[in-house]
Write a protein that binds this ligand. Structure first.
Ligand SMILES: Nc1ncnc2c1ncn2[C@@H]1O[C@H](COP(=O)(O)OP(=O)(O)O)[C@@H](O)[C@H]1O
Ligand SMILES: [Mg+2]
Length: 145
């Protein structure tokens, strides 16, 4: 398992009734956490584990992210950042490079995501991995508001 120690911390976080960003940073202390931001559904942290960077997320709809990753796994039209594991409220994901994408590139991802039943392929949810543009956060069309 990738970053087993972080998986154990994730299990602890699952059991907290109130998850404060400050407490998460403290729990992840050994992995040089940096708060990346929060959107409507998740909080994201950059962490370093055995010299490699990952993105650790906490949210309520984590299983949806996992399902999206699985459903796009072998898709040529749209790639989704690898999710190594999930717990009830947390996940560990491949870190993507945040690059300046052109309107054309974003438009194509939006179109392809829509064809596959997903929305939200906007600039703040896309990154680069191995020279390819990939999404790290999508939503199933119509399911969550
Ligand atoms: N895999 C990733 N690689 C790099 N940055 C990421 C990754 N996942 C999230 N981020 C950063 O964290 C922010 C919030 O994460 P995101 O998954 O989009 O959560 P939300 O559902 O709240 O929008 C993103 O806008 C992005 O800046
Ligand atoms: Mg997002």
């Amino acid at each position: 398992m990738r970053c087993k120690k972080i998986y154990q911390i994730a299990k602890e976080i699952d059991n907290l009734s109130k998850v404060r960003t400050k407490d998460i940073l403290k729990k992840l202390e050994k992995f040089s956490p940096k708060f990346l931001g929060r959107g409507k559904y998740k909080r994201a942290f950059l962490i370093t584990c055995i010299s490699k960077e990952y993105v650790f997320k906490i949210g309520e709809l984590i299983q949806v992210d996992k399902q999206i990753f699985e459903s796009l796994r072998y898709n040529r039209k749209m790639s989704y950042a690898k999710i190594y594991w999930t717990t009830e409220k947390c996940l560990l994901q491949r870190k993507c490079e945040i690059v300046d994408l052109s309107d054309e590139e974003i438009k194509l991802r939006k179109k392809n995501a829509k064809l596959l039943g997903y929305s939200d392929a906007r600039k703040s949810n896309l990154g680069m991995n191995n020279g390819k543009i990939i999404a790290f956060d999508l939503k199933p069309i119509g399911e969550i508001k």
